[in-house]
Each structure stands twice: as structure tokens, then as C-alpha cells.
Design a binder for this molecule. Structure first.
Ligand code: 5BU
Length: 267
């Protein structure tokens, strides 16, 4: 199915080319899964991507949890992601002042040179978005920021007023492709979608086929509920990398998420 038919208003209203790239990949591979590849070594990361690459549309990393990082080994992961046509998303959750965030895009991990998408908190002020964009500009690249409008963890401090401020910052910014929403609660995702409108994406962690409480305050909602409520990408970690058959699990999340999108958009 053509991406513009599948995604409806999200396709026609989105301004950022990265959003369109994601939507095209999702339509072609029939999956809204962003894999949270929370592995501790680059070799494990590459093995995982090689195994489930056909069932996912984006790859989310935490480069600073890898024990054996080197730019050479990381290049292997980038190559693997490119082979599977995956957007590279570093879930860095930048939170410092703009200038420091710009410099944190460099450093030993040099996130600016390989990440297409990064996450950022709005807590320090709206200029964090310009700082991150300046980081990409320093290496002549363009990327997209997902601002944390909600979180999936219990007891987080991102209340509805805070969420509103996040949306004001992100709305209309060419550097903000969308928002992180709380996938564990379809009600919260629906409320976020109502505020965001059609022109920006919502990506949701806190999604698992086994709904309920996870480890250390994590909470899980069903992928279908999140997508029907307005999520455009389900961020799934342990539901896939912790499964007995990672490939079967990835295929299942792909099917659930894609069917929910078709249902939501009346396809
Ligand atoms: P899980 O194994 O599916 O629970 O992994 C969830 C991932 O999503 C993990 O990499 C977290 O860093 C990430 N995450 C989250 O769980 N909740 C949030 O609110 C945000 C990110 Br933002």
C-alpha cells in the first residue's frame, strides 16, 4: 500500500522529510515497530538487528549502555541498520542547556554523525531544540527531535501542564518530528493526540503484549490500544529482545501495530 493512502492526514500534514521516510518504511515493511535494542554489546546489537530487521521500521539505541563501544564496531551496527532501511534513533534524552546539548551531540559517541532522531526533555528551556539541530548542522546533517511530552514510567513528573508546554515548543518547529507519549495508557495517548493534532508524530514506549507493570516502575499497554489512540510508532524493547523467539515476537508486534494502523485509518 502507498504510504500516503495508509497514513492519511499524518502523511499530508507532516512537514519533516524524516517523518515521511519513516512512514514510507513502515508502509513498505508493514510494521510500526521501533525496536528498543537495549543490549550491552555491539555484537549483540548487530545480531539482534540482523534477526528482526525485516519486522521493524526504526532502531532505537542507548549508545551509553554499551560496554564495548568503538567507532569502528558501531559502524557495523550503522551498516546493518542501513541494510534493513532503518532510521537510527538514539534515545539520549538530552536535557542540558542548548549550547551544551550541541556539544553533547559530538563527543566520543558522535551521535550527530549517525543518529537520524534523538530524544530531548523540554525541562531546561526551548533552546535545547536549536542546540541539538546545531549539533547536526556542525556535520552538515539534518535530524529530527522527539520531545518527551509524556513518559511510561510510574511517578514521572511530566504532568498535563508540562505536556502542553512541550507541545508549544514542538509545534511548527522544523527540527521536531514529534513527541514521546505514554504507550502504557491509551487514554493518555489519546489526550496527547488531541493536543498535538495531525501534523506531528507520536512515538510510544511502554508497550508490550503482556500489559501491566514491568520492572522498576515501567508500565505496559497493548500495542493495538496505543496505535488506535494515535501512536505512530510503538517502541518495544524486552517484548522482542527478551522473547524466546525474537523473530516471532517481532513479527507479532509488527502485525498488531500494522493492523491497528489500518483500522485507525479505515484501510
Ligand atoms: P522495554 O523493554 O520495552 O520496557 O523498553 C522500553 C525502552 O523505551 C527503553 O529503551 C527505555 O529507555 C525507553 N523509554 C521508556 O521505556 N519510557 C519512556 O518514557 C521513554 C523511553 Br521517553
Amino acid at each position: 500500500m502507498e504510504a500516503e493512502d495508509l497514513w492519511g492526514a499524518r502523511w499530508t500534514s507532516s512537514a519533516n522529510p524524516l517523518a515521511h521516510r519513516y512512514m514510507e518504511t513502515a508502509a513498505r515493511k508493514q510494521t510500526l515497530v521501533c525496536l528498543a535494542a537495549d543490549m550491552r554489546s555491539v555484537g549483540e546489537l548487530i545480531d539482534l538487528v540482523e534477526e528482526v530487521g525485516p519486522y521493524i521500521a526504526a532502531l532505537k539505541t542507548h549508545v551509553d549502555m554499551v560496554d564495548d563501544f568503538s567507532s569502528e564496531s558501531w559502524q557495523g551496527l550503522i551498516d546493518s541498520a542501513k541494510k534493513h532501511d532503518l532510521l537510527l534513533f538514539e534515545d539520549r534524552k538530552f536535557a542540558d542547556i542548548g549550547k551544551v546539548s550541541q556539544n553533547q551531540m559530538a563527543g566520543v559517541h558522535d551521535i550527530r554523525s549517525w543518529a537520524d532522531i534523538v530524544t530531548a526533555h523540554r525541562i531546561s528551556g526551548p533552546d535545547i531544540v536549536e542546540g541539538i539541530a546545531a549539533g547536526w548542522a556542525d556535520v552538515a546533517r539534518i535530524g529530527g527531535v522527539l520531545l518527551l511530552a509524556q513518559m511510561s514510567s510510574s511517578g514521572n513528573l511530566l504532568n498535563a501542564d508540562y505536556t502542553d508546554e512541550v507541545i508549544v515548543t514542538g509545534r511548527g518547529s522544523p527540527n521536531v518530528i514529534g513527541f514521546i507519549g505514554n504507550g502504557s495508557s491509551a487514554e493518555e495517548v489519546a489526550a496527547l493526540r488531541a493536543k498535538v493534532g495531525d501534523s506531528q508524530m507520536i512515538w510510544t514506549p511502554g508497550v508490550n503484549l503482556a500489559v501491566g507493570d514491568g520492572e522498576m516502575g515501567q508500565r505496559y499497554g497493548h500495542p493495538k490500544g496505543a496505535v488506535l489512540a494515535g501512536s505512530d510508532a510503538i517502541i518495544v524493547g524486552s517484548g522482542i529482545h527478551g522473547a524466546d523467539s525474537r523473530q516471532e515476537a517481532a513479527a507479532e508486534y509488527a502485525r498488531e501495530s500494522f493492523e491497528a494502523l489500518c483500522e485507525r485509518e479505515g484501510q
